[in-house]
Design a binder for this molecule. Structure first.
Ligand code: PMP
Length: 350
């Protein structure tokens, strides 16, 4: 059976997800607050009369309307999916053939490369400098020489937290012929978006998710925002009934309760600044600027930091033994109590 595997899939290592029970989980950029607790009763009421023998609404119409209102676009500009992961895959399926190029900056979110590799496409990764700033000049050059089909810009970038200036994004759209995907998974922690440009540029797709600021990672809901012309293409590759009935209802409820989400968003941003200040004061510890809900640090004692935290039931995300992110660790911002535990442990190690 295994010899029947596609050559392209042989190149992929399965995505590494932590499965152990952990006390303090700061490795996946989730929201530390379980906002569902406040919305549980409303959710249960909404699902109690469902016709579970029927498929869900194939186009998540009610949710599309809620998202359209939330981001101030038309319903026709929205597509809902099983996390933004599914939309990344749809984009690759729609635009990238074997041996065609996708351009990303590096380091960045790994699924752009994984989905491209699966279809036999090629990924050109434009390396960032040590400052971790994104080299748009080089991205534009590579996109044009490789006749790239898609360029992914992750803003703010995961795992570095780097913010890409708006004018740089516009340059990539204007100076290439590629589909430009701006992944705004962490938008809410930054507050800057290029959504307002979707009707100026048909080739622009903006990705959002409810897995981060909205505290709904368990429901797997993401959405794309793009021109109607672009949506005509994306809907061709969308599987029917892709988003299950519970996730559609939960997502709609969370978007309707944006005021509650914003209360916790404000707390996370405050906690980010608190954690960042404490980390900056530590010896031999480099912190990188972040527009997100995580902080990338670099320390010669990275291994010890990881081991000590692990022993104390705290998971952080390790970023490689070599390359640009050698000795780097990504820490998701937690609650005050969680952040204090991390700060105290790190103080002991460094
Ligand atoms: N884009 C980025 C930049 C991410 O960091 C993540 C999740 N880690 C995703 C997309 C996928 O999010 P979702 O849960 O919506 O699939």
């Amino acid at each position: 059976m295994i010899e029947l595997i596609k050559e392209s899939v042989c190149l992929i290592k399965p995505y590494n997800v932590l499965k152990e029970e952990i006390d303090i989980k700061l490795d996946a950029n989730e929201n530390p607050f379980n906002i569902f607790e406040f919305l549980k009763e409303k959710f249960i009421k909404k699902i109690s009369n469902l016709d579970m023998n029927r498929y869900p609404d194939t186009d998540s119409e009610r949710l599309r309307m809620a998202f359209a209102k939330h981001v101030d676009v038309q319903e026709e500009n929205i597509l809902c999916a099983n996390g933004s992961d599914e939309i990344i895959q749809m984009i690759i399926n729609a635009f990238v053939d074997k041996d065609e190029y996708v351009i990303t900056h590096s380091p960045t979110f790994s699924m752009y490369k994984i989905f491209t590799t699966i279809v036999g496409g090629k990924v050109m990764e434009v390396s960032s400098e040590l400052s971790l700033e994104i080299d748009v000049e080089e991205i534009i050059k590579e996109a044009n020489t490789k006749k790239a089909k898609v360029v992914f810009l992750c803003n703010p970038n995961n795992p570095t937290g780097t913010v890409i200036p708006r004018e740089d994004i516009i340059r990539v759209i204007e100076e290439t012929k590629a589909i430009v995907v701006v992944d705004e998974a962490y938008y809410e922690f930054l507050g800057q978006s290029v959504v307002g440009l979707i009707n100026d540029y048909d080739r622009l797709i903006v990705l959002r998710t409810l897995s981060k600021a909205f505290a709904l990672a368990g429901a797997r809901v993401g959405y794309a925002i793009a021109s109607e012309k672009m949506m005509d293409v994306l809907y061709r590759v969308k599987a029917p009934y892709n988003l299950n009935i519970f996730s559609q209802i939960a997502a709609e409820l969370f978007v309707e309760n944006i005021d509650l989400i914003n209360v916790y968003l404000k707390k996370i941003i405050e906690e980010r600044e608190y954690l960042l200040e404490a980390l900056k004061k530590m010896d031999d510890m480099k912190t990188f600027p972040t527009g997100s809900n995580f902080i990338l640090i670099k320390s010669a004692k990275a291994r010890e930091i990881l081991a000590t935290c692990r022993k104390e039931g705290i998971s952080l995300r390790n970023f490689g033994e070599d390359g640009l992110l050698k000795d780097c660790i990504r820490i998701t911002v937690g609650t005050r109590e969680e952040n204090n535990k991390v700060i105290n442990l790190l103080k002991d190690v460094v």
